[in-house]
Design a protein around this ligand. Structure first.
Ligand code: NAP
Length: 254
């Protein structure tokens, strides 16, 4: 018996980084996975890797800013796998970096839509399916940025990621009586294609690594294991939390 035997899980942002590693881990742990992202080729290569290990997966390409995509993901989980138990709403992007006065309104709106409105749209469609199942686990990928650390140039991203924690707490309070747990996962610096833009040089990478107590960045698979914890019965009494998996970036001053 594995941690997610017979569970059905949606994973967004599954075409890269943390989401890709989590989709693979969830499948290995017995989940039937609905994997999403915009890049169809990357989703197909993920599906091939999961199936090669004997896992079950369905993929759907789409944009998390669109409500139709949120609805279609839930419909696919219900049609293909008969229900929904877990949703890891993980897609996100830092977007344009600029000090707040220099940030364009368009860039602000973009970051809020990709990182926060997407979560609202996802929850709108996932909650009824989770409740119909008699309970489940809803997870949002937030960040230490905007929660424990202020980073210059990341105002919109930080606001969106902090907003996810408020949404998480509200949903946890609304859904606890129906057996649905809702948690935010806050990774520290994680070595993904998305993060490599900001740690492109050896100097910038060393700087970011040095911010963490563990003096390194996470591998995506390490964050996936924290997502598995929140998805599985191992966290059965955990709801409404902001779970740091951040290598100590929040407590380091040296
Ligand atoms: P990544 O490698 O760039 O992956 C981001 C994923 O999100 C991709 O699968 C991407 O898919 C998807 N995505 C982005 N915009 C989308 C959109 N509009 N519609 C649908 N899918 C979209 O980045 P990552 O580092 O794994 O990031 C995963 C999550 O962790 C994000 O929410 C990020 O903010 C958060 N996070 C990352 C770090 C870090 O250091 N890496 C730290 C804290 C939090 P497509 O490109 O195929 O659409």
């Amino acid at each position: 018996m594995t941690a997610l035997t017979d569970r059905v899980a949606i994973v967004t942002g599954a075409s890269s980084g943390i989401g890709r590693a989590t989709a693979r881990l969830f499948a290995r742990e017995g989940a039937r996975v609905v994997a999403a992202g915009r890049r169809r080729d990357e989703l197909e290569s993920l599906a091939a890797a999961i199936r090669a290990e004997g896992g079950e997966v369905a993929v759907l390409a789409g944009d998390v800013r669109e409500e139709e995509h949120a609805a279609a993901l839930v419909a696919l989980a219900l049609e293909r796998f008969g229900g929904l138990d877990v949703a890891f709403n993980n897609a996100g992007a830092v977007g344009e970096m600029a000090s707040v006065p220099a940030l364009s309104l368009a860039a602000w709106r973009e970051a809020i839509e990709v990182n926060l409105t997407s979560a609202f749209l996802a929850a709108r469609h996932q909650v009824p399916a989770l409740v119909a199942r008699g309970g489940g686990s809803l997870i949002f990928t937030s960040s230490f940025v905007g929660y424990t650390v202020g980073m210059p140039g990341m105002g919109a991203y930080a606001a969106a990621k902090a907003g996810l924690i408020g949404l998480t707490q509200t949903l946890a309070a609304e859904l606890g009586a129906q057996g649905v747990r809702v948690n935010a996962l806050l990774p520290g610096g994680t070595d993904t294609p998305g993060a490599r833009g900001s740690v492109g040089t050896p100097e910038s990478r060393a700087f970011v690594e040095g911010l963490h107590a563990l003096k390194r960045m996470a591998a995506p698979e390490e964050i996936a294991r924290s997502a598995l914890y929140l998805a599985s019965e191992a966290s059965s009494f955990t709801t409404g939390t902001a779970l740091l998996a951040d290598g100590g970036v929040s407590i380091t001053r040296t």
